[in-house]
Design a protein around this ligand. Sequence first.
Ligand code: NAI
Length: 256
Amino acid sequence: PRLTVITGSASGIGRALADQLRARGEEVVGVDLRDADVLADLATAEGRAAAVDAVRALGGGGVDALVTCAGVAEPSPLMVRINYFGTVEFVEALRPVLAASPSPRVAVIGSISGTMGNDERTRVACLAGDEEAGVARAAELTEAGRPHSIYPSTKAALAEWARRTAVAPGWADAGIALNVVAPGVVLTPMTTGLFEDPVMRELMDAAVPMPLNGYAPPEAVAAVLAFLVSEANTHVTGQVVYVDGGAEVTQRPADL
Ligand code: NAI
């Protein structure tokens, strides 16, 4: 059976995807801080390297797909380490293993917030591969009372990295599809706390209007991921797929 590695598999979107893939008879290797096949902290270079080694060992015959759901929404410079570098370094390290699969697929989780204004210096540091510069800039933003611009910066950088990388040598030409799924608001442990606060809920409703079916259950995002990393996805790559009930089109011109 096909083997998919999922980071952030213990909760929310990653967990819903693991359930869906197992239900269709596929194998899943989960990577998370807890409740996973591979316990690793993707915020650190050592954690990422240990996770890559463990995944290679558990993968045995190979890894067919990789989905990176590990992320945090609590504003802090740590977001640069987890959301961006914990994704990009991990995906890049597993590229050779994936390239050996007959139908390799990668999907990373971005966010609708990546379209909503971000801090250019944080984004540029991420894209330059300079983790310490990104963390230092995020610390500056935190001190300046602008910690909320860190999350969108990491997600915008992730989308840009994926679009560039999808068609770079070693990816599309090796048969690897690489896409971004950008959710709107998803009801997971990451967000439920936010909605206990009615003021926050009102802000969220205004910032991320989701006319099609409202806030999404994690299963809705998982279903799109499950297609993108399936053998059936032979020609979608380098795309940012918004799973956001229409939020993105309400905020950007429709005539791209
Ligand atoms: P969640 O909090 O339910 O799950 C995230 C998982 O990542 C947890 O199991 C957590 O332990 C793991 N994780 C966090 N830090 C880690 C680290 N350093 N090393 C290894 N694992 C780590 O969150 P959810 O909602 O499922 O989020 C998944 C992804 O979707 C994240 O990248 C998030 O930014 C993104 N997203 C979520 C949205 C939402 O409304 N819930 C909206 C847009 C994007």
